[in-house]
Unconditional design. Sequence first.
Length: 47
Amino acid sequence: MEKDPICGMMVDPKFAAGSSTYMGKTYYFCNPGCKAKFDKNPAKFAK
């Protein structure tokens, strides 16, 4: 399980609504809205 960096929900990568890679790390999202928000400003949400 991975943590959605936007809302904090735990997401199973196999069933994620989307994923983005930023600085070599892949982030998984519970819904397309969280992915879109991350993609607009990944530096703000990436840890």
